[in-house]
Ligand binder design. Structure first.
Ligand SMILES: [Zn+2]
Length: 90
């Protein structure tokens, strides 16, 4: 394989990993902010849970939040705490 092509691929790979890690970090900070009741964008206490999907025994839960002030909208995949052993299953 061409050496320069290999280096190029490594740079692209490293770049996409960095972007992904940064994305996850930002997503986590936004979720932390929402859990405390604040909108991550405008920091008002107007963040609302607008949609909730999944859950049950499958584990993952998709929560969608929306801010009434600035229109911020985002979905977060969270682990369903408890699972089948907790008796929360429906
Ligand atoms: Zn907002």
């Amino acid at each position: 394989m061409d050496f320069y092509l290999l280096v190029f691929l490594l740079i692209v790979l490293a770049g996409s990993i960095l972007v992904y890690v940064y994305y996850l970090k930002e997503k986590k900070e936004e979720l932390d902010s929402i859990k405390r009741g604040f909108c991550p964008r405008c920091h008002h206490e107007n963040i609302e849970l607008v949609d909730r999907r999944g859950g049950g025994c499958s584990g993952a839960l998709l929560l969608s939040y929306e801010c009434a002030d600035c229109g911020y909208y985002n979905s977060f995949a969270v682990e369903n705490d408890g699972g089948c052993g907790s008796g929360k299953c429906r």
